[in-house]
Design a protein around this ligand. Structure first.
Ligand code: IPE
Ligand code: IPE
Ligand code: MG
Length: 256
């Protein structure tokens, strides 16, 4: 088998930094909030794309722990959009077999938003076609710090020995622990950085960046990202030869 075209060419899990809404609005001399509203449409397009292509997990970075520091007016507009989306979209997501979940520090959201988040999660909990995780008030460092705290609590309570603290124990306590790690990461908006997204989970994720601003992202570019992903050789620290042999040994099996 040609190792540059691995059989597991469709990612199981795609993680996206939806960036560029503010610049999209600025180019039109409109308030940033208008850019965020335009960006909400691309979210639906992205969900449709995953459903159509059989991608089982999509994780979207909607609001970082650092984004709370933006001007009050923008944060307020984003919260309003969030409430509106929860009120409008959950029925349709449920109908389409999407399991909706949220990661991040919910304590910072209003009671009204927290209630809607919990209701949406409970309602869609048994759906299996697509796990859609929205990272809101999320930070990768905070995620790892909370996992470390949970380990410390277990050690202090005698449930865990210090020598049982390892990658598996920490990995089981970070967000998305029940999903395969993201295979493909996409960032729009032209910046080549991770911006405190899934720091632990992206260790061996294939990264793909585009200059296109989030509100303008289309299906063609998502196809391009999948094409790029399919052409990458994922080695996970091994040699290309080892990977080729492993694929030959188990035809049709990807390497996770
Ligand atoms: C991403 O778009 C959405 C959020 C961070 C909430 P931005 O608002 O960061 O847009 P730019 O990067 O300023 O263009
Ligand atoms: C990352 O984008 C966060 C989200 C898309 C939600 P930012 O716009 O906040 O990232 P920086 O500030 O350019 O690194
Ligand atoms: Mg940005």
């Amino acid at each position: 088998m040609n190792v540059s075209t691995p059989s597991a060419s469709i990612p199981r899990h795609v993680a996206v930094i939806m960036d560029g809404n503010g610049r999209w609005a600025a180019r039109r001399r409109r308030p940033r909030a208008i850019g965020h509203r335009a960006g909400a449409r691309t979210v639906n397009l992205c969900i449709d794309f995953c459903l159509a292509r059989g991608i089982g997990a999509l994780t979207l970075f909607a609001f970082s722990s650092e984004n709370w520091g933006r001007p009050e007016e923008e944060v307020g507009a984003l919260m309003k959009l969030f409430v509106g989306a929860l009120d409008r979209e959950v029925d349709e997501l449920h109908r389409r077999g999407v399991r909706l979940r949220f990661i991040g520090d919910r304590r910072r959201f209003s009671e009204a938003i927290r209630g809607r988040m919990a209701a949406a999660e409970a309602r869609t909990a048994d759906n299996t076609r697509l796990t859609l995780t929205v990272a809101a008030s999320y930070g990768g460092r905070q995620d790892i710090a909370m996992a470390a705290r949970s380990l410390a609590e277990d050690v202090a309570a005698g449930r865990l020995r210090p020598d049982e603290v390892d990658e598996a124990a920490l990995g089981a306590r970070v967000a998305l622990a029940d999903l395969p790690a993201p295979d493909l990461f996409i960032r729009t908006g032209g910046d080549l950085r991770i911006s405190n997204f899934l720091l632990w989970q992206l260790a061996y994720t294939e990264l793909w960046f585009t200059e296109t601003l989030w509100p303008e992202l289309g299906i063609e570019e998502l196809e391009q990202a999948l094409g790029a992903y399919a052409s990458r050789e994922r080695r996970f620290g091994l040699t290309g030869e080892q990977i080729a042999n492993a694929q030959d040994a188990v035809p049709g099996e990807g390497h996770s």
